[in-house]
Design a protein around this ligand. Structure first.
Ligand code: ANZ
Length: 845
């Protein structure tokens, strides 16, 4: 039989496609409906790997599918080319980051073309291109002018090895995401974006994405934003004019407050202890040093022994007037809530551990043993239905058990709250606080403002000029981009201040206001800024008059389907959502969520383990492609299972995929019916198979069941082979119809093979734009037959059943027929003889 030579096929069609540019998105005058399919753009470091091959295979199936369904599809690619990988690699090899990046992009481009990704090659972009980062600077200034970009000294996460600031999100269990060094704290003046202003919208709008984004991603975003609802409470402080405000989720436990705890590293703690005696101050100073060496994770660990020092000051309980001591302890964080808590040891485990460690009073205010009747206020009742008075039972003592009482029940020892359930007491307490003007309903968030400045070279320069008298002036739009100075002669090694500060000529600039000597801002932007809006730049990537064309944005955006790794579940997606909302508020776009639906592909692993160079279990994409061909690798990715699942390369068979493609391809050389031949009257069984494919494939693709579609193509290939070799023969027009269906189906998964099959069937390239066919419903009517049902050999009923019905199903159906039920009566069926689909005989005693 003919040889399936994928090498020559790849060479031939790659050239042809270069000439035909089948995926250029020409929008002018195109009236087709639109789809925007976007793959997360890669970092251009090294060549493409198996992970890219997987995710691009999936994105491509979708892009090619929508095109076959008659949509005008935008499917662009670019490179997230600023950032540490390029800079560190450049430092290591002594090369210019710009040149290193350009070479890597070229390599990626070659590999992507060979991989036959259906990208629009006229719309590529990369973020380190001044034509791109000019608009990054524009975006920064839009936020600056809207009061959403600001500078403040901040206790930042500092990686001592990379010598750079890290966002909270880049700190994993207290270690640097990139180099795993232990992260330290350092005070530096930094630029922030005010994402916290958008916390509620970022949280609430996740509901719109329910069912369209993976549940796991929605959960991670919700946790990251971490909205907590409760109350603010002001506590007057002995000897201090202003009260101290605390945030609590449990205002119902107000009467159980027996002490107050503030974060040792807060301004408040420093101020309070300043009024205490020397010994207290000395102990505090030492404790503060200990605290500063710890990560937030360790500080909040429930495993650790509680530590702390008294501050020698007292707060006044707002309702009882009682004096309560104020402590500093590391389990309270300076930058959460108000950096201080009202401690309720009976009902909060951390406070209880602390109270037990330092022998502080514990007061139970909610009896969790009291039965809950659902009648509010709740009166506990005994077995006979009589009310139980609070005196008649003993609440559990958390001091003895060591376990805080966190459940629901009935309030006790709480004055006006007595007898209420937890929820009612929360509402009542909030009302009381509001009445007295000492607090009220409040929310707090885990989310912090987005620290966007970096002290590194390879990023977008911040377009701000600092005048001699300390004013910050935006660089005027017509002077953008502020281009990076050449890396030549600059010391790029990390040292805590931006290398750009060393470009003395570049740093000096006349003030945009009056021309007086001024200085540029030496910091560069976090690369997450670059990737927060790139999906909009693809709409008009070469427009040098604006960041994006709003008319195009209205037409194409939001992205219909975003494909990429779950490692971006929090940061990138949150930032892109935030920037989209800002652009909406500033009137630049008319939608508030950037990505309509999201597909997170699983990982490609080997033998159950993540592949990595250091473990030596790397499967190299280029080698796999050389061995099996592009199409076989793409089919393997799609056939491996649902796209969200991990693919163990040990369990898949690229060789099997290649064999399947060869079988399908050979059929295209055997078809003898002429092009356009009417398949009516052709082999009916084969026609039914073909039209079942056309009926089912669209729904399966849209449900992301790519593996099932490949399986169906395999079945159709087998059925066609049987027809060719059997009674139908190669001249049957049903065979041509089936092989064309296989080619069109494969055009999503195996573009080279499909194109070659299409040519061998006598058609012009390219198959990518032919359009999928529709099923003929008249061919899909299921064949039925009449089954006869006997009881003890006598015909008692008849029923219409599908010709393909199974024995079990037929028997169950038969037993339920009215004539059969009547005839069996009280008797017992001892035996059933079933000959599907015609006959059932029940033997009854
Ligand atoms: C009194 C209380 C009683 C509390 C009780 C809880 C249970 P989430 O849910 O995480 O928002 N808290 C407030 N600020 C804090 C800070 N800066 N560092 C550490 N803990 C802080 O937690 C809110 C609760 O965590 C608040 O409610 C407060 O303790 C504590 F039975 O107030 B609670």
């Amino acid at each position: 039989s003919e040889e399936y030579d994928f090498h020559s096929m790849q060479e031939r069609w790659l050239q042809e496609w270069d000439r035909l540019r089948p995926f250029a998105t020409d929008d002018a005058g195109d009236t087709r409906p639109r789809k925007y399919v976007l793959d997360m753009f890669p970092y251009p470091s090294g060549d493409l790997h198996m992970g890219h091959a997987e995710s691009y295979a999936y994105g491509d199936v979708l892009a090619r599918y929508w095109r076959q369904q008659g949509f005008n599809v935008l499917h662009p690619i670019g490179w997230d080319s600023f950032g540490l990988p390029a800079e560190n690699a450049a430092i290591k090899r002594g090369a210019d980051p710009a040149q290193w990046t350009a070479e890597n992009i070229e390599q990626h481009k070659r590999s992507m073309r060979r991989y036959a990704t259906a990208f629009d090659w006229d719309r590529i972009l990369h973020t380190s291109d001044p034509g791109y980062y000019k608009w990054n600077q524009w975006l920064f200034l839009e936020l600056f002018k809207a009061g959403l970009a600001y500078r403040k000294p901040a206790n930042v996460n500092w990686c001592p090895k990379d010598q750079t600031v890290l966002a909270n999100e880049q700190v994993i269990d207290g270690h640097c995401e990139r180099c795993d060094s232990l992260v330290e704290k350092k005070q530096l003046t930094q630029w922030f974006f005010k994402i916290t202003d958008y916390a509620d919208r970022l949280l609430d709008d996740l509901n719109q994405l329910e069912g369209r984004w993976p549940e796991k991603v929605l959960r991670m975003q919700r946790n990251w934003i971490g909205r907590s609802e409760g109350a603010d409470v002001d506590f007057a402080i002995e000897g201090r004019e202003a009260p101290v405000r605390v945030f609590t989720t449990r205002p119902d436990t107000l009467f159980g407050v027996t002490f107050m705890v503030v974060a040792p590293d807060s301004d408040l703690a420093a101020e309070l202890v300043a009024g205490a005696d020397e010994a207290t101050q000395a102990a505090f100073a030492e404790y503060l040093l200990r605290t500063q060496r710890m990560t937030d994770i360790d500080r909040q660990s429930t495993e650790r022994e509680k530590t702390g020092v008294p501050l020698g000051r007292e707060a006044i309980h707002p309702f009882t007037g009682e004096r309560i001591p104020i402590w500093a302890a590391d389990y309270v964080l300076a930058d959460y809530g108000h950096g201080a808590v009202m401690a309720v040891p009976a009902h909060d485990q951390r406070d209880l551990d602390f109270a037990r460690a330092f022998d502080l009073p514990i007061r139970v205010v909610l009896d969790t043993n009291a039965p809950i009747t659902g009648v509010m206020p709740m009166i506990p009742i005994d077995d006979d239905g009589n009310a139980i008075e609070p005196e008649s039972y003993e609440p559990v003592d958390p001091r003895q058990t060591g376990e805080a009482l966190t459940g629901d029940g009935r309030m006790i020892q709480s004055g006006p709250l007595d007898g209420l359930s937890k929820q009612n007491a929360i509402a009542r307490a909030i009302a009381m606080l509001e009445e007295r003007g000492i607090g009220g309903k409040a929310k707090t968030y885990r989310l912090r403002d987005w620290l966007i400045s970096r002290q590194r070279y390879w990023g977008t320069p911040i377009p701000i000029v600092h005048t001699a008298d300390g004013e910050m002036v935006p660089v005027p739009l017509e002077q953008l981009p502020v281009t990076l100075p050449s890396a030549e002669g600059l010391d790029l090694t990390p040292k805590g201040t931006s290398p750009l500060g060393g470009a003395s000529e570049w740093m000096q600039v006349p003030s945009p206001i009056d021309g007086s000597p001024a200085q540029r801002d030496p910091d560069t932007m976090d690369t997450f800024v670059d990737s927060s809006w790139y999906f909009l730049r693809f709409l008009s990537p070469n427009d040098d008059t604006r960041a994006f064309d709003p008319a195009q944005a209205d037409r194409w955006a939001p992205v219909d389907r975003y494909v990429g790794g779950v490692e971006h579940a929090i940061l990138h997606l949150l930032y892109a959502r935030f920037i989209t909302k800002v652009l909406f508020d500033l009137g630049h776009v008319s939608f508030t969520e950037p990505f309509e639906s999201l597909l997170n592909q699983g990982m490609v692993i080997l033998d159950g383990a993540k592949m990595s160079k250091s473990k030596g279990n790397l499967v190299t994409l280029s080698e796999e492609l050389d061995r099996f061909g592009v199409d076989a690798i793409r089919v393997t990715m799609s056939f491996a299972g649902p796209p969200e699942d991990d693919i163990d390369w040990k369990d898949v068979s690229p060789a099997g995929a290649q064999k399947f493609l060869a079988r399908a391809w050979r059929l295209s050389g055997e078809v003898r019916a002429p092009k356009g031949a009417d398949a009516k009257g052709g082999d009916a069984a084969l026609r039914r198979e073909t039209h079942r494919f056309w009926r089912d494939a669209p729904g399966l693709i849209e449900a992301l069941k790519f593996n099932v579609v490949v399986a169906r193509l395999m079945e159709l290939t087998n059925a066609t082979r049987k027809a060719v070799d059997g009674a139908a023969g190669a001249a049957d027009p049903a065979v041509r119809e089936a092989v064309e269906a296989i080619a069109l189906g494969l055009s999503l998964f195996a573009p080279y093979t499909a194109e070659d099959m299409w040519a061998r069937l006598g058609h012009q390239p390219t198959i990518a734009n032919v359009g999928w066919r529709r099923s003929d419903p008249s061919l899909l009517v299921e064949q039925t037959t009449t089954a006869v049902v006997q009881v003890n050999g006598k015909v008692r009923d008849r029923v219409e059943v599908p010709a393909t019905i199974g024995a079990d199903e037929l028997e169950a159906l038969a037993r339920a027929l009215p004539g059969v039920v009547r005839s069996v009566g009280d008797g017992e069926v001892v035996k059933a003889i079933v000959r599907a689909p015609q006959l059932v005989n029940l033997v009854v005693r």
